[in-house]
Design a protein around this ligand. Structure first.
Ligand code: 13P
Length: 264
């Protein structure tokens, strides 16, 4: 089993992005559940993040079959209700028994102009409803090549956690996803990923104290596949993965999840 530094339970999350209609989503979750037994799920938390249209179907499936999978969303607005056409509120997600909400994914920052300030509002709104934000941070290739990666990521972390209590930070998840590794087949090396995740934890220790930093779970994301998961998950400051393409197929995703479980 991959050990991490603080005895944190790993979280493996499947971010399906804009893939799988609600019928396909049901099939994928059914197949995934068959492939993950209690021994694995004792060791690893697993969440699935379908598009909004799949949430109700998957909630019903999880409840009816008592599956040990957590339901996740990919985004939300920060207001509870109002004239925001096309948006979905945190309270609506909480009502669907959503546990985790991805916030500030780089695709939302890039294509939908989400700013650090918006990400912070979303983080606080998600926490206010009792759900757990998975706050995404990461640098572009230009920023990495210019030597600015750590400043960029630490800046995003600092801004995203503004006004969040130390206790709440400790219960959160931060996903380090270098933009250049997303959907490209190019993964950060385990050393580079570890270095950045450690830098995130060090910053959180400064801003929110050692207890929050020790408890905080930090995921790596960006072209995570069955054959590169183990090495990444072996790093002391990496507590799981946020998986895009590799989570769409239940065979692949279950292999990825099992990399975090005790071996036979
Ligand atoms: P890929 O795993 O497809 O690179 O996507 C990563 C990601 O963006 C998960 O949120």
């Amino acid at each position: 089993m991959a050990e991490n530094g603080g005895g944190r339970k790993p979280l493996m999350s499947g971010n399906w992005k804009m893939n799988h209609n609600h019928l396909e989503a049901i099939q994928v979750v059914q197949k995934l559940a068959i492939r993950l037994d209690d021994r694995v799920l004792d060791a690893v938390d697993v969440s699935v993040h379908p598009p909004f249209t799949g949430l109700r179907s998957i909630q019903t499936l999880i409840e009816a079959d008592k599956l040990r999978l957590a339901l996740g969303a990919q985004n939300c607005h920060w207001e509870d209700s109002g004239a925001y056409t096309g948006e979905v509120s945190p309270t609506m997600l909480a009502k669907l028994s959503v546990t985790y909400v991805v916030v500030g994914h780089s695709e939302r920052r890039q294509h939908f102009d989400e700013t650090d300030e918006m990400v912070n509002k979303k983080v606080r709104a998600v926490l206010a409803t009792g759900m757990t934000p998975i706050m995404c941070v990461g640098e572009t290739m230009e920023e990495r090549e210019a030597g600015d990666a750590q400043d960029k990521v630490q800046g995003q972390v600092r801004a995203g956690l503004e006004g969040v209590s130390d206790e709440q930070v400790g219960a959160m998840v931060i996903a380090y996803e270098p933009v250049w590794a997303i959907g490209t087949g190019e993964t950060a090396t385990a050393d580079d990923a570890q270095e950045m995740c450690e830098a995130i934890r060090v910053l959180v220790a400064e801003t929110n104290g050692d207890d929050a930093a020790e408890a905080l779970r930090i995921q790596y994301g960006g072209s995570v596949k069955p054959d590169n998961t183990a090495e990444l998950m072996d790093q002391p400051d990496i507590d799981g993965a946020l998986v895009g393409g590799g989570s769409l197929d239940p065979d692949d995703f279950s292999k990825i999840v099992r990399c975090q479980a005790p071996s036979d």
